[in-house]
Design a binder for this molecule. Structure first.
Ligand SMILES: Cc1cc2nc3c(=O)[nH]c(=O)nc-3n(C[C@H](O)[C@H](O)[C@H](O)COP(=O)(O)OP(=O)(O)OC[C@H]3O[C@@H](n4cnc5c(N)ncnc54)[C@H](O)[C@@H]3O)c2cc1C
Length: 591
C-alpha cells in the first residue's frame, strides 16, 4: 500500500485552520520559524511514506507470533523502529533537559497523523511511549525521572499503559491489581492486565510498564488507584537492564485488525510480586493517568485522521484508473473512469471532506494544548487549557468515527476489489475498527464531553467555542463568493443547533442526568460536524485571502456544509427528543 504524505493539506490545516501562523507571529514558539516546521513535517512525511508505509502490509500478514513469552515483530519492523527513534521522532515534544526537542504539540500532531497513516500497528507503541513520557515528566519523582526519562525520550526503551483488566474496562475504578508496600519505598504488584498494547515485543531491550493498581487500604473506586512504574528488567547500579522483574506477557490476542501491534495479557506477581515504583502520590493515580490518556486520546484521533487520509488516497487512485459505464453524453464505444460518476464523486468527496474536517479539529486541539503550556499569562493558559479539554473528546471520537466511515466508503469505491485483501482497502477498514474502542470508547468520550467538559468555567468554554464558530460564519457570509453555495446558511444553522442543544443539555445535567446521557453521542457528532465544517470554512477563507489555487478548498467546504453540516438540525432534534424513547424501551431488551 502506498501512502504519500499530503504535505500541502497538512501545512494549510496547521497554518490557517489551527492558526499556527498567528501563534508564531505572537512569539508562542520563540525562535522557531515556519520554515523549520515545514522542513520537520516534510521529513516526517518522507520517513512515513518511504520507510514505514512499505512495512504495513507485512505487519498485517505476519502478525506478532508469540513463543515462550517472546513476541517477534514482522520482518523489517525492528530495524524501522531503530531508524525512526535514531532520527529523533520519539522526542519531538519531549522536554529538552531530558534529551527532547521541546517542539510544539501541533508539530507532533502532524507527525503523529503521518506515522499512523503509514501504519497504525507500527505507530501504536511509540504513541503510548510518548504518553508515558508526559506522565512521568509531570508526576514522577526526580529519582524516577533521572533513571528512566532519557531512555524513554530517546526511544531506547518503550512504555506501555496498563489499565484494563477483565472486569475493569470502561469502569477503571473496578480494577483489582494489588500493590503492597515492600517497606523499602518500593511496592510489589500482583494481578492480571489484558489488552496491553506492545506489552511485549522485540523493539527495545527494556519495556517500562505504567501500571494502575490498588493499595490494600485504598478507598474504593477511582479514588483508590495508584500509578506505578514497573520495568520489565530491573536496573543494575549502572542503569543497564539487569534481573527480570516479575511481570510477563502470558499471551497475545488474535484480532480483527492492527495485526502488527502486539496486544498482550500481562501477569504480574507469579513469583512474589513485580517491583513497582510509585508515580505521584498514593491513591492519586488517576490524575497521573489522565495526563497520559489525554495525550493518547488526541493521538488516537490523529490515528483516525491518518487512516482516513490513507483510505482516501487509495480510493481516489483506484477511481481514476477503474473504468466502468459511461457518463451522460459519452459515445457507446467509450468507458468512463468511475471517478466521473456522480455517486462515486459523492463518495470520494465525503472521504476527502470528513478527513480534512477531522484533521483541522485535531490540529486545533493540539494548538490549544500548546497555548495552555506556552500562553503569555496564567489567564490565557487557563482559557486554552479549557479549550483543549473541551475539544479532546471530540478530536478522539469524531475522528475515529469518521475513520470507520471513510474506510468503509473506501471499500465501496473499490467495489468487489475492496473486499479482497490485495488492494489494502480491507486492511484499513479492519485497522480502523479499534480506534473508537480504545483510549476510552467513543461512548465514554461523549459522556465526558456532556457531563464534564460542557460545564467547564460554568459553560463559558463551550459558549466561547460557539461564538468563535459564529465569527467564522459571519466572515463566510460576508465573502459572498458563489463557489461556497449554501455553506454560510448551512453552517450558520448548524452553529445555532449546537448552541441550542448545548443549553438544553446544560439545563438538564443535574436534575435529569439520564436524559442528557441518552443524547450524548448524537451531541458529540453535532459538535464534530459543526466545528469541522466551520474550521474548513476558516481554511477556505484563508485560501481566498492568499489567492492562488482555491477551487479545491472551496469545493470541500461547500460539500461538507451542504452534505454534513446540514445534518445538524436532525442531530439537535435527536439530542433533545431521544431520551424518553430510549429510557422507556425496556421491552426491547426483555427477551
Ligand atoms: C487492540 C486493543 C488494544 C488495547 N490497548 C490497551 C492498552 O494498551 N492499555 C489498556 O489499559 N487497555 C487497552 N485496551 C483496552 C481498551 O481500552 C478497552 O477495551 C476499552 O476501554 C473498553 O473497555 P471494555 O473492552 O471492557 O468494554 P466495556 O467497558 O465492557 O464496554 C462495552 C460497551 O459498553 C459501553 N459502556 C461501558 N460503560 C458505560 C457507561 N458507563 N456508560 C455508557 N456506556 C458504557 C462502552 O462504550 C462499550 O460500547 C485495548 C483494547 C484493544 C482491543
Amino acid at each position: 500500500m502506498t501512502y504519500r504524505a499530503p504535505l500541502v493539506d497538512i501545512g494549510f490545516a496547521l497554518k490557517y485552520g489551527a492558526s499556527l501562523g498567528p501563534a508564531m507571529e505572537q512569539g508562542l514558539f520563540g525562535e522557531l520559524g515556519i520554515d523549520d516546521i515545514d522542513a520537520i513535517v516534510a521529513e516526517a512525511g518522507r520517513f512515513a511514506g518511504e520507510v514505514i508505509a512499505p512495512l504495513n502490509r507485512i505487519g498485517d500478514t505476519y502478525g506478532t507470533p508469540f513463543k515462550d513469552g517472546v513476541v517477534t515483530t514482522a520482518p523489517g519492523w525492528k530495524e524501522a523502529y531503530r531508524a525512526w527513534r535514531l532520527a529523533g521522532w520519539n522526542a519531538v515534544t519531549a522536554p529538552a533537559n531530558w534529551g527532547g526537542q521541546a517542539l510544539p504539540q501541533i508539530v507532533n500532531a502532524a507527525c503523529t497523523e503521518m506515522w499512523h497513516a503509514a501504519s497504525v500497528g507500527f505507530a501504536n507503541g511509540p504513541m503510548l511511549t510518548m504518553a508515558a513520557i508526559d506522565a512521568l515528566h509531570a508526576h514522577g519523582s526526580d529519582t524516577l525521572k533521572r533513571t528512566y526519562l532519557e531512555k524513554l525520550v530517546s526511544g531506547e526503551w518503550m512504555g506501555t499503559m496498563q489499565l484494563t483488566e477483565p472486569q475493569a474496562g470502561s469502569d477503571v475504578g473496578a480494577l483489582r491489581t494489588r500493590a503492597e508496600r515492600a517497606g523499602d519505598g518500593t511496592y510489589r504488584l500482583k494481578g492480571q492486565k489484558i489488552f496491553i498494547t506492545y506489552g511485549e515485543h522485540d523493539f527495545t531491550d527494556n519495556i517500562i510498564h505504567f501500571v494502575l493498581a490498588r493499595l490494600p487500604d485504598a478507598p474504593p473506586g477511582t479514588r483508590g488507584i495508584s500509578l506505578f512504574l514497573v520495568p520489565k528488567f530491573l536496573l543494575r547500579t549502572d542503569g543497564s537492564p539487569g534481573a527480570r522483574n516479575d511481570i510477563r506477557a502470558h499471551s497475545v490476542e488474535h484480532k480483527l485488525g492492527i495485526h502488527g501491534s502486539p496486544t498482550c495479557t500481562m501477569i504480574l506477581g507469579d513469583n512474589g510480586g513485580a517491583t513497582g515504583f510509585l508515580i505521584g502520590e498514593e491513591n492519586a493515580g488517576m490524575a497521573c493517568m489522565f495526563t497520559m490518556m489525554n495525550r493518547a486520546r488526541l493521538a488516537v484521533g490523529l490515528q483516525g485522521v491518518g487512516l482516513a487520509e490513507c483510505a482516501t488516497q487509495l480510493a481516489i487512485g483506484y477511481a481514476r484508473e477503474r473504468r466502468q459505464g459511461r457518463t451522460t453524453g459519452m459515445k457507446s464505444s467509450e468507458t468512463a473512469p468511475i471517478a466521473a460518476h456522480p455517486d462515486v464523486r459523492r463518495m470520494l468527496l465525503s472521504m476527502r471532506a470528513l478527513t480534512q474536517a477531522a484533521r483541522v479539529i485535531c490540529y486545533s486541539t493540539a494548538m490549544a494544548l500548546d497555548r495552555s503550556e506556552r500562553g503569555a499569562d496564567a489567564a490565557a493558559r487557563n482559557i486554552a487549557h479549557q479549550q483543549a479539554s473541551l475539544l479532546t473528546p471530540v478530536a478522539k471520537a469524531f475522528s475515529t468515527d469518521i475513520a470507520n466511515e471513510v474506510a468503509s466508503l473506501g471499500i465501496q469505491v473499490h467495489g468487489g476489489m475492496g473486499y479482497i485483501e490485495e488492494t489494502g482497502a480491507a486492511q484499513l477498514f479492519r485497522d480502523a475498527r479499534i480506534a473508537p474502542i480504545y483510549e476510552g470508547t467513543n461512548g465514554i468520550q461523549a459522556i465526558d464531553l456532556v457531563t464534564r467538559k460542557l460545564q467547564l468555567a460554568d459553560g463559558a468554554a463551550v459558549t466561547a467555542h460557539c461564538d468563535e464558530l459564529r465569527g467564522i460564519v459571519r466572515t463566510l457570509d460576508a465573502s459572498n463568493d458563489p463557489a461556497f453555495g449554501w455553506s454560510a446558511v448551512r453552517l450558520g444553522d448548524a452553529v445555532e443547533s449546537l448552541s441550542r442543544a448545548t443549553s438544553w443539555l446544560l439545563a438538564r445535567l443535574d436534575k435529569e442526568p439520564d436524559t442528557a446521557l441518552a443524547g450524548a453521542s448524537p451531541y458529540l457528532r453535532l459538535f464534530g460536524i459543526t466545528t469541522g465544517g466551520c474550521l474548513l470554512a476558516k481554511q477556505a477563507l484563508a485560501a481566498l485571502r492568499l489567492g492562488g489555487d482555491t477551487a479545491a478548498r472551496l469545493a470541500v467546504t461547500r460539500f461538507f456544509a451542504e452534505n454534513f453540516a446540514v445534518q445538524a438540525g436532525g442531530l439537535e432534534r435527536t439530542v433533545v427528543e431521544c431520551a424518553p424513547g430510549i429510557l422507556a424501551a425496556d421491552a426491547v431488551f426483555a427477551s
